[in-house]
Design a protein around this ligand. Structure first.
Ligand code: GAP
Length: 456
């Protein structure tokens, strides 16, 4: 199980219709505006770990809620789960992670740099050798990527446990319990969102490759005769989801795995890839895992995980079709896809995040034109807060306040001005077109709901 095989860019970035923003600009906006920054920053940071600030946590929660809505709530054949992060250690022997979940690692004997053997080009010159800038690499050896911990007061081999390297294993352990309690029949699925941990050798590209990250996974259990049909079904569903996030065709593609790339358990697999500023990279994997996991857990636990078809009495181990998306990678793709620097002829240049309206951290900003108008504006904001994520801002020039909202992706700004008291109307400004419309103040909530819930 080579972790993250196929993550080196597979093609030079093509030229999409809009220029691709530079990573530096996105990373800087994320820190400055409170989306994402390095964890433990005041201690100099910790490599591969990230904190989501006030806007980042809203964006991430909105993304997870949309996934849960589409994958769990809108379907009769999928159930949700929230399992513990630490499972019985035998889980990881059965799954093959103890034996196979490793990357090839090399060290430079001169400068002590440690990199993945398939990423030597990224190492840069060796600073420690005289007369040459080439590294003096050791032969490659396997490095297991699971993070381990100790449970209980005893510190020995028997107390060793692992932080899960993928969220799906507990779904297999709980499959029978969920199926029986929810009275599901094959085909059906179990979905879970949660943290996963991998001791990546070279975390890089901002949050793209982290040591702690979130996955949203679905394991869908099917009869062996239907595995191809369900693989195609879920691939199509997941592509539709990524399009709903606003990922345009020129930045989204499916890459079927070559036979030699397949994980040891997989019969077929396709990556959904996004064109990041650093090239095409995987954001989601769709895998036909066959009966590997259920068979292995049956074997290791001694509990039979096969099922009997109530009508035909056929006894079989279900096949598993998996969809596994990285929440952090998708957040990063959202930021990259939404980020634009605009220089319109007669307008001031602006940075804008064109996030889908339902995912935006702030949906509506309420802005009184002057501090004197705070009272009616606060009243309006309080009413809107019952329905939307609202931000109130009365400080500074109105043009600058609009720009600040554009930069964090707020789809609508509502301005209360000096005429508002007389005509009971406010101005609604739309982020992307910057068009402004006067709307009766008691009709604003309905107007915004239609646009925000319509998917805008
Ligand atoms: N259960 C299958 C599984 O875990 P994977 O391809 O190893 O498959 C699935 O991981 C997804 O998890 C990836 O497509 C990616 O989005 C995310 N992911 C994997 N490793 C990651 C890392 N180090 N940092 C951030 N996201 C990661």
């Amino acid at each position: 199980m080579a972790a993250d095989a196929g993550q080196t860019p597979t093609a030079a970035p093509p030229s999409p219709s809009e220029p691709i923003a530079k990573m530096d600009a996105i990373v800087s906006l994320c820190a400055r505006r409170g989306f994402i920054w390095q964890s433990s920053e005041i201690y100099g940071g910790i490599n591969g770990f990230w904190d989501y600030g006030p806007l980042g946590v809203e964006l991430k929660n909105n993304l997870k809620a949309l996934w849960w809505q589409r994958v769990v709530r809108e379907r009769d054949d999928v159930e949700g789960l929230d399992s513990s992060i630490i499972a019985h250690p035998r889980t990881w022997a059965a799954s093959g992670h103890v034996e196979h979940f490793s990357d090839p690692l090399v060290d430079c004997r001169a400068c002590k740099k440690r990199v993945r053997a398939d990423q030597l080009d990224d190492a840069g010159p060796c600073p420690a050798r005289k007369g040459t800038s080439e590294h003096d690499w050791t032969p490659a050896r396997n490095f297991n990527l699971m993070l381990s911990t100790q449970i209980g007061a005893q510190q020995d081999a028997a107390s060793q446990a692992f932080l899960r390297a993928e969220t799906c294993q507990s779904i297999f352990l709980d499959m029978k319990r969920v199926r029986e309690s929810a009275r599901q029949k094959i085909p059906f699925g179990i979905a879970q969102i949660g943290k996963a941990f991998r001791n990546e050798i070279n975390p890089r590209n901002f949050t793209f490759r982290s040591r702690e990250f979130e996955q949203a996974e679905l394991e869908f259990f099917v009869h062996p005769s239907e595995r191809e049909k369900w693989f195609e079904h879920w691939l199509a569903q997941r592509l539709a989801f990524h399009r709903e996030l606003g990922f345009r065709d020129e930045r989204l593609r499916v890459r079927p795995h070559r036979p030699e790339e397949l994980a040891h358990y997989a019969r077929a697999a396709s990556d959904v890839e996004f064109l990041f500023p650093f090239g095409w990279q995987e954001i989601e994997g769709i895998h036909d895992r066959g009966d590997w996991d259920l068979r292995r857990h049956s074997e290791y636990s001694g509990k039979d995980l096969s099922i009997t078809d109530e009508e035909t009495r056929e006894r079989y181990t279900p096949m598993v079709i998996e969809t596994s998306v990285g929440v952090d990678r998708t957040c990063l793709a959202l930021l990259c896809s939404a980020y634009a620097e605009e220089k319109a002829a007669e307008a001031e240049p602006r940075t804008v995040l064109r996030l889908p309206a339902r995912l935006a951290p702030v949906q509506v900003a309420v802005l009184p034109l002057a501090k004197k108008l705070a009272e009616p504006a606060l009243r309006l904001a309080a009413g809107l807060r019952r329905h939307f994520a609202v931000f109130y801002d009365e400080a500074g020039n109105i043009g600058r306040r609009y720009r600040r909202q554009d930069e964090i992706g707020t789809p609508f700004c509502v301005t209360v001005d000096f005429e508002s008291e007389g005509d009971a109307k406010v101005t609604v400004r739309e982020r992307d077109s910057m068009a402004q419309q006067r709307i009766a103040d008691d009709a604003v909530a309905a107007y915004l709901r239609e646009r925000l819930e319509g998917g805008g």
